[in-house]
Design a protein around this ligand. Sequence first.
Ligand code: UDP
Length: 473
Amino acid sequence: MNHSLPEYHSDRTVTPDDYQPYIGKDGVDRLKRLADPVAGKSWASLSSTFEGGGVAEMLHSVIPLVRSMGIEASWAVIEGPQEFFQVTKKFHNLLQGVTQPITLEEIFGEYLGTIEANAKRANIAADMIIVHDPQPIGLTASGTFFGNVLWRCHIDTSAPDRALWRFVLPYINQCAGAIFTQPEFVGAGLNVPIYQITPCIDPLVDKNQLYNDRQALGTLDALFSEHGVDPERPILAAVSRYDIHKNQGTILEAFRRLRQERTYRQPPYLIFLGNTAPDDPEGEGMLASLREQAGDDPDVRFWVNVPDNDRVVGALMHVARSFIHVPTREGFGLVVTEALWQGTPVVGSKVGGVIKQVVDGKTGYLADSGDVEAIASLMARVLDDPQEADALGKGGREHVRRNFLLPELVSRYLSLLDYYSGVSDTLPHFRLDSVSHNEIAQALRRSHPHIPTPLVDGDLTRLRDIRSAAAAD
Ligand code: UDP
């Protein structure tokens, strides 16, 4: 019986040079310079799913790239019954400030019970261990990790449910550091070094290939026929999981308002493209209520878990006149990055990572996430002025090229690996808290006596032996 956690395998080969068309030779050289000193060091990631959502999306790209630079990168996922993911979904919601009942049985029975079962299979030894999001956070205190553990938070914990925050805080505070997407997302009470890493997209994957109209329409042809979509009519697209924060109901309402107020010779479609993620059990219910809200609206389409997902996502974003994303909370919103990369202007809401990407009047337009009237009139604005929409699209693409492409994200992780594996004591420049280097070093020595001492090879080998013995058991 295999007792270790499921591990990610990939045959994808990619090198820093493949990114040269996007980041130039200087960008490639910079990446190599950062990777050289940490070649041979190990970096493990732990998350809750290999498929679905932004974390998985990024790790699929990060792992092959850093492996090509000699880093021992691995990625494992925790496992649990559906009830566990129902509880962790509540964690996700509560930490982002949604009021929702949660019972002690759910926390101490379902959550910690499943964490305990995973801990038995999670001997992870690496110079740097990145634990993604709240789902696996309980494992950080399980004693089964050997190395410098950092919690990577992809959500906005600035106004969390206080009781749950108190529950997770001790787990975070015994890590060697925490990584947030934006300074504003950091919840109160952290006393570990805090870093900022912004999510990024990979220009080399199918989804982010730059389509031309012919290729995009070709990719969508079968879906257009199946769902009766006339390619001559403009499309407003919305892509995401079905989740309360994604606020798809408001998009639907705004689309209704738009057509009440205007008549179009070529009326627009609203196409929702979405998938359901195994660690997100609320998705099906959300989708059902959205369908009910749409009723028999002849201009609304739902494409769910489509075949050839990645090409379809890129192609739909390319052909759309505008991409609509108005969440009430959003850690970052890779879908916005992807749409901008395809040269499509985004109507977004003034929250979280969306604001960083949608520069009002330059890459798209911003409205409040609950302002149906404003969202409807911004939809009208992009539909009515295709030239302006084009200019916004070009601005969006350049904004992404400068700020949100994968090599930037990888560079930051490499700097962390450099620091935490003890190769250098250069403090990563993207540290958010303003403690001086000495203070950090002292704090780290107190709570993590092994930092910044690198792991010795013998230790790693020993732990690997224990793991393989467990796996063979
Ligand atoms: N996605 C997809 N197919 C879908 C819906 C979403 O491939 O039907 C992808 C989307 O392209 C993006 C990721 O899932 O890469 C969602 O990331 P984001 O940061 O927008 O949201 P999250 O789901 O992490 O909250």
